[in-house]
Design a protein around this ligand. Structure first.
Ligand SMILES: [Fe+2]
Length: 398
């Protein structure tokens, strides 16, 4: 009898071993199980585009002062791509100084009765750029995969940082989503979604299979990477040179059409100038910036000699109309200020040009640029990832 009982117990144990209880994973926690990085608040025009990379299919919306802003197109909530975008008026977030991300993880998207996990929320503080003096900006061009080192350099101003500028070539190329994710790792890592960020595309971000999809994953104005922005007393225009060689260069394999892109951009620049009263001539604008990855000028040993008529026209339009105080660039992997009339200025630069990046051979070695704006000048410091100052300059405003 005892043997029979043991046999039954063994059989029951064996059955249980063969049929384990169904694993019911608990709901994903928000944000840690859903967001790849903290959110990033990009400035475009008079809006913010609050963007978050997700690691699981999720519906994300944003609440500000009781109003909900959705990531949707034509009435359909977006979940297919790995970055969510909520466009909100700057005035609303500037007044509220906080926003709440709302998340429903998708269990099954269906034609009928789509199933989601319960609603979860997280509130983020936000500090708009409102002061008019001692505005602290950190610019990161050409990070070229130096994620940790660029985040380290951008700690220069600590909690006093007012604006982060990602100025192109954030990754070496866009062969996969992981390259795009570096934008969020750096911007989310530096700002935690609490201050504004301006993004300008670099020429390396035209390269690779994901390059054509970048507008889905990065801030754009009506699909374009050139746009104006306002942040308190700062007006800026982000320009995009596209690639740095002619469209027919063998390196591109027929995969770019930047000439047409630049022609359209010239038209946009003229439209901005025609609307000056609502752009750079608005009453409360104190600072006028150009943000552009490629400094369109001749540089020793690296001649920039394409589309000279177009870039000469851009310089003239900017110089005679916008009258910017600063142009912020990267691309040449050097750190210096080039003033109008310098030997490198072959097109009639509209203002001093800050070329501000030096990525090193080691992933720990990166230098970016700290800019402090005040009424009469900009203080420039080129800051290494160790926070050592590698160079400095002062630009007096006219
Ligand atoms: Fe570049």
């Amino acid at each position: 009898m005892k043997k029979v009982i043991c046999l039954v117990i063994c059989l029951i144990s064996l059955c249980h071993a063969q049929e384990p209880a169904a694993q019911q994973p608990g709901p994903k926690k928000f944000p840690e199980d859903v967001l790849q990085t903290p959110p990033v608040v990009f400035a475009v025009g008079h809006d913010y585009q609050i963007m978050v990379p997700v690691v699981t299919e999720a519906m994300i919306s944003c609440e500000i002062n009781g109003k909900t802003y959705y990531d949707a197109n034509n009435g359909v909530i977006n979940t297919a791509t790995r970055v969510r975008r909520m466009t909100v008026p700057q005035a609303e977030l500037n007044a509220a100084k906080e926003y709440t991300l709302c998340c429903r993880v998708v269990k099954k998207r269906a034609e009928y009765y789509t199933k989601t996990e319960p609603l979860q929320k997280k509130t983020y503080a936000f500090r708009p750029l409102e002061k008019t003096e001692n505005i602290k900006i950190f610019m990161l061009p050409d990070t070229h995969d130096h994620v940790k080192a660029s985040i380290a350099a951008a700690q220069y101003f600590g909690k006093e940082l007012d604006l982060l500028i990602l100025n192109g070539d954030i990754s070496e190329g866009l062969s996969g989503y992981n390259n795009i994710a570096q934008i969020y790792k750096i911007a989310g890592g530096v700002t935690n979604g609490e201050i504004p960020v301006v993004y300008a595309r670099g020429n390396h971000e035209l390269r690779g299979a994901m390059a054509e999809q970048l507008p889905l994953y990065a801030p754009v104005r009506d699909g374009y990477f050139y746009y104006t922005f306002r942040l308190g007393p700062v007006w800026g225009i982000v320009l995009d040179c596209g690639e740095d060689k002619d469209d027919g260069h063998a390196e591109y394999g027929h995969a770019v059409a930047c000439h047409d892109f630049r022609v359209k951009e010239t038209d946009y620049l003229k439209r901005v100038i025609a609307n000056a009263a609502n752009e750079y001539d608005a009453a409360d604008v104190k600072y006028r910036l150009i943000v552009c990855h490629v400094p369109f000028m001749h540089i020793n040993n690296k001649p920039f000699d394409i589309e000279l008529d177009i870039y000469r026209e851009w310089c003239k339009l900017l110089r005679e109309n916008v009258k910017p105080q600063l142009m912020l660039c990267g691309h040449f992997h050097t750190i210096r200020v080039v003033r109008p009339g310098h030997a490198w200025d072959n097109l009639g630069e509209p203002c001093p040009v800050v070329i501000g990046s030096r990525p090193g051979g080691s992933m720990d070695d990166y230098t970016g640029t700290a800019i402090e704006l005040s009424a009469r000048k900009a203080a420039i410091h080129f800051v290494h990832s160790t926070l050592k100052i590698n160079g400095e300059d002062v630009i007096e405003f006219k």
